[in-house]
Design a protein around this ligand. Structure first.
Ligand SMILES: NC(=O)C1=CN([C@@H]2O[C@H](COP(=O)(O)OP(=O)(O)OC[C@H]3O[C@@H](n4cnc5c(N)ncnc54)[C@H](OP(=O)(O)O)[C@@H]3O)[C@@H](O)[C@H]2O)C=CC1
Ligand SMILES: O=C(O)C1=N[C@H](C(=O)O)C[C@H](O)C1
Length: 257
């Protein structure tokens, strides 16, 4: 039985993780961490901080779906204590993830996936495959309006993968110099040289399009998450896999067969 602590257990993703772990035969939720829900009576104890939780319960894995501003502190409490971490919270740079993993106890792993859906992983793989053949690439991402970070972690990772895979022949697509006064930002944010556009609206869960262009043609790769259950098989795969690993691991593709 894998003992799982869920940080952000009262949130949109955290509550879905609690349901998915509870429904699985080989793992159980031993506690939650969520400041405003701390002390709630329920199927498991809820603590205000990761440090409080790890003093009170024996957890094998910490799953974190919290906020960009708090995830680093949670990991800094769990990793040196030898608790493997499965992280979906976006907004941390690769450099910060590396520093946190360097402070982990021996044999302990930090697994971060900017997106736990198989479809988004494939979208990024397809974008990586297309990038050398198209001089132009832009990312459009669409999320619910309560999202706390822009651009999304998935969009940032996609831009990084495109930048790494590009041939030297990247086009000079019209940029900031074409933005009209009072409409600065119209061409998006440049992430690793790739324009990224973030849409926030009620109605979306999470969607992304990657648009490639070359002479007389475009190629659009699109993924949609319509429901947060789409992330759960990937999160459970991470929980089951992380115990055999050590150090920093980025991307669900590492564990996909
Ligand atoms: N990698 C992936 O596949 C996915 C990643 N995400 C990412 O997951 C994160 C969470 O998203 P979502 O569930 O929508 O957000 P929510 O705001 O719904 O949930 C976050 C929860 O964390 C709580 N919280 C705040 N501070 C702490 C703390 N110090 N310790 C523990 N819990 C805390 C919040 O409480 P309160 O509201 O009271 O502040 C809230 O209940 C985001 O970064 C998002 O980008 C989301 C979907 C998929
Ligand atoms: O906040 C969200 O909802 C999501 N966040 C992740 C991201 O930033 O890419 C994953 C998915 O897009 C949903």
């Amino acid at each position: 039985m894998i003992n799982v602590a869920v940080a952000g257990c009262a949130g949109r993703m955290g509550s879905a993780v609690v349901d998915a772990v509870t429904a699985a035969d080989d793992m159980q939720v031993v506690c939650g961490i969520d400041p405003h829900a701390a002390g709630d009576a329920g199927a498991f104890p809820v603590f205000a901080t990761v440090a409080d939780a790890l003093e009170a319960v024996d957890a094998d894995v910490l799953v974190d779906f919290t906020q960009p501003s708090v995830v680093a502190g949670n990991l800094a409490a769990a990793l040196p204590a030898g608790v493997d971490c499965v992280v979906g919270t976006t907004g941390l740079s690769n450099e910060t993830l590396g520093q946190l993993a360097a402070d982990a106890a021996p044999g302990t792993a930090l697994f971060y996936a900017p997106n736990f859906t198989t479809g988004a992983v494939l979208m990024m793989e397809f974008a990586k495959a297309a990038a050398p053949y198209f001089p132009e690439a832009e990312v459009m991402e669409f999320h619910h309006c309560n999202k706390k970070d822009a651009p999304s972690g998935t969009a940032v990772r996609t831009a990084q993968l495109i930048a790494e895979a590009r041939s030297p022949r990247v086009s000079e697509a019209p940029g900031r110099e074409t933005e009209m006064p009072g409409a600065e930002g119209a061409r998006g944010a440049l992430v690793e040289g790739v324009p990224v556009h973030a849409v926030r609206s009620m109605g979306y869960v999470a969607s992304q399009e990657v648009i490639f262009g070359s002479l007389g043609q475009t190629l659009t790769i699109r993924h949609d998450s319509w429901d947060r259950t789409s992330y759960m098989p990937g999160v459970l795969l991470g929980i089951r896999s992380v115990g055999e690993r050590e150090g920093l691991i980025v991307g669900l593709e590492t564990f996909m067969a």
